[in-house]
Design a protein around this ligand. Structure first.
Ligand SMILES: *Cc1c(COP(=O)(O)O)cnc(C)c1O
Ligand SMILES: [Zn+2]
Length: 471
């Protein structure tokens, strides 16, 4: 729709005009630093950074109800920069001029009401938000869109001639980073991804390779890769694209803005269920809802349920003993969340202690529950990855254990696409999991192709088809 077709009383806020004053702020010592640099930890104390808009209060001049309408009408506009996560420009990264926004089709993923049989299996009606329908088939595109738009802005503004984007990954970050970076000018921007050898799926490995990134595989798990890129980012001239980079977190906040909008901004009794790996996503989701709450765009903060496999459960352990300790991970089908020492844990800690104390739950599920959750969902018309299966299993368990009430309006995050994890489905169907997963397939969930001769009669006999009556 053309801007001239919008009712005149809403034209005002439609094209973003907020004047931000953005800085990096240390979450520990609260020192602030100039935004126009690549910075990932506090130079003073080493703490994690978040982005802060010192002019945020200016946004309060517009009433929450009006913001709701602005975001609604913005959806109708055909302006590329406002089609994806930057629909919420003021709440993502308002220093980026619209002409520098990189939009590759991310965001505004569908939110789908779960099938009723599936709902009764889980114990409550719920919705699934399909973040696997982003361009690289995971939610990581949200944060990458903000990080790469920032790089695009910086290379022009500071006339940067050479930039190397780097990340460690359980598969999806590298896919997103490689694809988004490859959209920028090749002569200036290169990308490198570090993967734990054998611990990303073939589909995930094919993505950065296809996008032309340099792919480095090292022995170990994600946590080992992360340590190396942290050291590289500390000592060398590279741009870190993990969610330790707070610019990524800001982009990922769009997930909460969309849920709020898709739920008509009614967040009363809302429960958001999300798998936790490096804890970037859950951080972004809590920050996002807080922003909406501060601006009166929503009246209540939602409840958050974080889910982890028992093979990688440091956040659940922290909630149980109020003591945080990294864990050594064991193999998990929720491989994208198989992280023993989540980088963003200090942010989760602050957000929960300061804002979400009675609104935050964490639950642990078994590998068996994750696979059964994924396959059962997909048997009922959904397209859910192992991490989505993990979320569904977590919701089911939290209801069984009465950790949450069963009359909440739950939205489950299916963080990537089923097809990235089809190998695990195959292992399930073949009863091929190695012992450490402790997964034995349920007979009724197994499915296999049948080889038949190429003739209709034998297929009809096999299917037990009845012949049509001759008229
Ligand atoms: C990265 C990822 C996660 C974990 O998200 P964090 O931000 O690391 O907690 C979960 N699911 C999928 C599919 C992912 O790619
Ligand atoms: Zn500090």
């Amino acid at each position: 729709m053309n801007i001239d077709d919008i009712p005149v009383e809403f034209k005002n806020g439609l094209i973003p005009s907020h004047k931000p004053k953005m800085v990096y702020e240390c979450i520990e010592c609260e020192n602030i630093y100039d935004i126009e640099q690549f910075l990932y930890t506090c130079p003073k104390c080493g703490g994690l950074l978040r982005l802060k808009d010192l002019n945020f209060d200016d946004l309060k001049r517009i009433p929450g109800k009006v913001w709701q309408k602005i975001f609604g009408f913005r959806r109708c506009l055909s302006i590329d920069a406002l089609k994806g996560i930057f629909l919420y420009h003021e709440l993502i990264l308002p220093i980026i001029p619209l002409e520098d926004v990189i939009y590759l089709g991310e965001g505004y993923t569908p939110i789908v009401k779960a099938n009723l049989e599936l709902s009764s299996w889980v114990g409550t009606e719920f919705f699934i938000k399909y973040d696997g329908l982003n361009p690289s088939a995971s939610f990581k595109d949200r944060g990458m869109a903000s990080a790469i738009s920032f790089i695009n802005y910086m290379i022009k503004k500071k006339d940067i001639k050479e930039l190397l984007g780097i990340c460690a990954s359980t598969g999806d970050t590298s896919a997103a980073a490689a694809i988004y970076l490859s959209y920028l000018p090749k002569d200036r921007v290169k990308s490198v991804v570090l993967l734990p050898e054998g611990k990303v799926t073939p589909a995930q490995l094919s993505q950065p390779l296809g996008a032309g990134a340099k792919v480095i595989e090292i022995p170990g798990v994600f946590d080992d890769c992360m340590k190396i890129v942290e050291e590289l980012a500390e000592n060398y001239d590279v741009c870190l694209l993990n969610s330790k980079n707070p610019i990524r977190i800001n982009g990922q906040r769009s997930y909460s803005y969309e849920i709020a909008q898709q739920m008509d901004f009614d967040t009363k009794n809302l429960l958001v269920v999300v798998p936790i790996g490096n804890a970037g996503n859950i951080t972004a989701i809590m920050e996002g809802f807080l922003n909406l709450y501060w601006l009166d765009i929503i009246e209540e903060l939602p409840f958050i349920l974080g889910v982890q496999s028992e093979h990688a459960d440091p956040v659940v352990k922290w909630r149980e003993d109020d003591r945080y300790q990294p864990v050594k991970v064991k193999p998990s089908v929720a491989q994208a969340a198989m992280i023993g020492n989540p980088v963003s844990f200090p942010k989760v800690y602050h957000l929960v202690k300061e804002h979400f104390e009675d609104h935050f739950f964490a639950i642990r599920v078994t590998e068996q529950e994750i696979m059964d959750g994924m396959i059962t969902a997909n048997r009922h018309g959904h397209v859910v990855c192992t991490q989505g299966g993990e979320s569904i299993a977590g919701l089911k368990k939290a209801i069984e254990k009465k950790i949450i009430k069963d009359d909440m309006k739950a939205v489950v995050d299916s963080t990537s696409h089923q097809l990235k994890f089809s190998g695990f489905q195959q292992l399930y169907f073949e009863n091929g999991f190695s012992k450490e997963y402790e997964i034995s397939p349920k007979e009724e969930l197994i499915n296999k192709p049948e080889k038949m001769p190429a003739n209709a009669k034998s297929i009809a006999d096999y299917l037990g088809l009845k012949k049509k009556a001759k008229s």
